[in-house]
Design a protein around this ligand. Structure first.
Ligand code: ADP
Length: 161
């Protein structure tokens, strides 16, 4: 039984994340999408809002659940019997940071392994920060995020469409 976690900020969730969730849930038995409740980081959406959007998005995927965590990912994993981390690699710029985090997590807990999926070419440019930047200026974000989240994102910037 392979139980994996796909951790991230998902602020907001994008088509790139959706693609990762669909692809990784097809190769493990159970996938937890773990929303990081990072208090130091000023997020656009509260952790509850991010969890709720991810739940809507993954409702049709039977082996996917959504949860939030504070603190160390390895601690959450130990508590919940998860040993596999899934992360996405978009460009070489992701690599250095991801390698360091993966190796640190493995040192912290040798049972923990990280697997990387290369980004879908269609979404390799896409990040939550790009979505936030475009939305803040009323840009078209329909190619970046699922349609049901567009109004919620604009609302955060007091933009009426
Ligand atoms: P973090 O705050 O951990 O960077 P993100 O929400 O930005 O969280 O990303 C979570 C994970 O999703 C990371 O592994 C990231 O590389 C991956 N990811 C983000 N955008 C994409 C994308 N467009 N295609 C594939 N993977 C992505």
């Amino acid at each position: 039984m392979k139980k994996a976690i796909y951790p991230g900020s998902f602020d907001p969730v994008t088509f790139g994340h959706q693609d990762m969730i669909i692809r990784s849930s097809a190769i493990v038995d159970e996938l937890v999408v773990g929303v990081l409740n990072n208090r130091a980081k000023n997020s656009l959406f509260s952790v509850e809002e991010r969890v709720s959007m991810l739940k809507e998005m993954t409702a049709s995927l039977p082996n996917v659940t959504v949860d939030s965590f504070d603190g160390l990912l390895v601690d959450y994993m130990k508590e919940h019997g998860v040993t596999l981390i899934v992360r996405g690699l978009r460009a070489v710029t992701d690599f250095e940071y991801e390698l360091q985090i993966a190796q640190t997590n493995h040192v912290e807990n040798p049972d923990v392994e990280t697997i990387f999926l290369t980004t879908n070419l269609q979404y390799s440019y896409l990040s939550s920060s790009i979505v936030r930047e475009f939305a803040a200026y009323g840009g078209d974000i329909s190619k970046f995020v699922p349609a049901q989240f567009i109004d919620r994102i604009y609302e955060k910037y007091n933009i009426k469409k």
